[in-house]
Design a protein around this ligand. Structure first.
Ligand SMILES: C[C@](O)(CO)[C@H](O)COP(=O)(O)OP(=O)(O)OC[C@H]1O[C@@H](n2ccc(N)nc2=O)[C@H](O)[C@@H]1O
Ligand SMILES: Nc1ncnc2c1ncn2[C@@H]1O[C@H](COP(=O)(O)OP(=O)(O)OP(=O)(O)O)[C@@H](O)[C@H]1O
Length: 285
């Protein structure tokens, strides 16, 4: 019985905005890779009929917590298709390591891990596609975490195609500011007209993030952090921020720079991986 389930972070190695849909959502071309670093969940299935979160998150009501929402979503879908009895329940605890709202996918990854883990523990037999379809209702990034392979994503992030980018070492740093995703996507100066390109063209071009210019303009802390990291390595924003990452060939090179980080900057060093730690756990690797 698996009891410990990883919820890894992700990076958007590149992120381009190719247009805006009538409903206001943006069409993206982005390359997702996982990190071998993240939250860790302990999950025990029981017969209490209840989803119990043993470790509430500060500032997030339990019913809004993506962990609880994902568990309830799976349970409802399983009840409706007669795969589960109403007495099915779970106790879930999380060791939260990922900064919230950092653009490294913490909440989405927690949700995906709960979907995959409870589908396994409750033996509800949903396919990966079915879990991803449930997950996208919780957040645009949940499907990539459910599938568990590095991916080139298009549409609003739901069209996934497996990819195999180099597995570099990253210094991921948080400048200590909160950045709201809708505010970035709503900025009038956001670049929204980058021409769509093929994956092979994108892989052969320098990687960039179309959100970075407006985020650097609005947040001096991000601007300064990117400028500082660029002195050492190729560096940019992930998602809509606030985290930025710098890319290195070795772990020790990344750690050396982390030790020099200015006051107020929190960070960690992790390896980029193309198969997610969640997939490895499920496969028993
Ligand atoms: C930018 C990424 O971090 C790339 O990985 C994600 O697509 C963002 O995913 P997320 O934080 O889960 O965002 P969601 O909760 O799905 O969307 C938050 C808000 O951001 C805007 N939004 C989000 C995704 C998208 N493709 N276009 C948008 O315009 C919408 O206003 C939406 O209401
Ligand atoms: N389990 C959870 N972990 C983190 N945040 C959660 C969780 N449940 C709900 N939330 C809410 O979701 C918000 C966004 O959190 P998250 O860490 O997923 O953002 P993010 O890293 O910006 O995600 P993305 O990279 O997908 O944009 C938080 O500010 C918090 O209010």
């Amino acid at each position: 019985m698996i009891t410990h389930w990883p919820a890894p972070a992700k990076l958007n190695l590149f992120l381009y905005i190719t247009g805006r849909r009538p409903d206001g959502y943006h069409n993206l071309q982005t390359l997702f890779q996982f990190l071998d670093y993240g939250d860790e969940l302990q999950i025990h299935a029981d017969q209490s009929g209840r989803i119990q979160l043993l470790t509430p998150l500060a500032g997030v009501a339990d019913e809004d917590n993506l962990i609880v929402r994902a568990a309830n979503l799976l349970k409802q879908a399983a009840l409706q298709s007669n795969r589960l009895s109403a007495s099915a329940g779970a106790q879930i605890a999380i060791e939260k390591r990922l900064p919230m709202g950092g653009g490294i996918g913490g909440g989405s990854s927690d949700a995906a891990t709960v979907l995959v883990a409870l589908n396994h523990l409750w033996q509800t037999g949903f396919s990966t596609e079915e879990l991803a379809a449930m997950g996208v209702t919780l957040g645009a990034d949940v499907p990539v975490f459910v599938h568990g392979f590095a991916a080139f994503a298009q549409g609003v992030g739901e069209e996934l195609q497996p990819a195999d980018p180099a597995e570099k070492w990253y210094l991921v740093a948080h400048p200590g500011v909160h950045i709201s995703t809708p505010v970035v996507f709503g900025d009038p100066d956001l670049t929204r007209d980058t021409p769509a390109r093929s994956l092979s063209t994108l892989l052969a071009s320098p990687f960039a993030n179309d959100c970075e210019a407006v985020v650097r303009k609005r947040f001096r802390e991000v601007d300064e952090l990117v400028s500082w990291l660029l002195e050492y390595a190729p560096s940019r924003l992930t998602g809509t921020g606030a985290c930025v990452f710098a890319e290195f060939d070795t772990e020790s090179a990344a750690r050396q720079v982390l030790e020099l980080a200015p006051n107020g900057v929190r960070g960690f060093v992790a390896r980029g991986v193309n198969v997610s730690p969640l997939q490895r756990t499920l496969r028993g690797d």
